[in-house]
Ligand binder design. Structure first.
Ligand SMILES: Nc1ncnc2c1ncn2[C@@H]1O[C@H](COP(=O)(O)OP(=O)(O)OP(=O)(O)O)[C@@H](O)[C@H]1O
Ligand SMILES: [Mg+2]
Length: 240
């Protein structure tokens, strides 16, 4: 379970998040929606230690992680699939995936069966299996997005943060990514999902939060938020 209370974070003197509180209960899929620039990515960065929070509490299974390094936070079981396809371009697909399991290979996380999980990733993303020896930098944007997600999953995380996993994908691949998230949800992986397709995210999520200019503007069960007139007007639009 991931719990964030009164989180204040930003970049230098620029505050982006103003006392935001959210909870991601074990085994649930929670989505964070909001307009461009609302602070969604900043929120995920502060949780995973990519930026240091200015104040507030962040706990993972009761243990405080606010201010810890991203390395330590990863070791505690939190994986972050960041916005914008951050893969290691000069390494192969398989090596990128294995890097995600690094804390397991070095005894910092329970080892389990890394090779079986690698096969599982290839089952989840068959395109990656075909390209396992290809350099990640030469993958298409959509393939790199899948690789970033697969790499995060290779940690066998207790909590998975997903930042716009469908960004830049064709409609068919967007569907595939949502089907994958649905499968992860069935496997009871605890997830915090940031998505541009807010309607689709609310469709599969248990609970949702709406972020507006760095503040919470609403929250509730995803099925209720989806039908909330204000949420519909502001975030779901006619196109969705
Ligand atoms: N490295 C940075 N330095 C300074 N300001 C930043 C930095 N990264 C983001 N910001 C600013 O912080 C605010 C929130 O950005 P953030 O990336 O968290 O938004 P977002 O909700 O993820 O938006 P989007 O939907 O476009 O991805 C924006 O005003 C942005 O310009
Ligand atoms: Mg973002």
């Amino acid at each position: 379970m991931l719990e964030i209370k009164n989180l204040v974070a930003g970049y230098g003197k620029v505050k982006v998040l103003h006392a935001v509180s959210i909870a991601v209960p074990k085994g649930q899929l929670v989505t964070l929606i909001g307009s461009n620039g609302a602070g969604k990515t900043t929120m995920l960065r502060a949780i995973s230690g990519m930026i240091a929070p200015e104040s507030g509490q962040i706990t993972l299974n009761g243990q405080s992680i606010a201010g810890k390094s991203s390395h330590e936070i990863t070791r505690l079981g939190l994986a972050h699939s960041p916005e914008g396809r951050r893969v290691f371009g000069t390494l192969s697909v398989a090596d990128n995936l294995l890097l995600g399991a690094f804390p397991r290979l070095t005894g910092q996380r329970p080892k389990g069966d890394v090779n079986a999980d690698l096969q599982r990733m290839f089952d989840l993303f068959p395109r990656l299996r075909e390209r396992r020896e290809q350099l990640a930098g030469t993958l298409s944007g959509g393939e790199q997005q899948m690789l970033a997600m697969g790499r995060a999953l290779m940690l066998q995380p207790e909590v998975l943060l997903l930042d716009e996993p469908s960004m830049g994908l064709s409609p068919k691949l967007v569907e595939e990514v949502f089907a994958t998230i649905r499968r992860l949800k069935e496997a009871k992986i605890t997830m915090l999902l940031v998505e541009q397709f807010a309607a689709a995210a609310l469709e599969i999520a248990d609970y949702g939060y709406v972020l507006e200019n760095g503040r919470l503007a609403g929250s509730g069960e995803a099925s209720k938020l989806k039908n909330d007139p204000a949420v519909r007007a502001a975030y779901l639009g006619a196109a969705h």
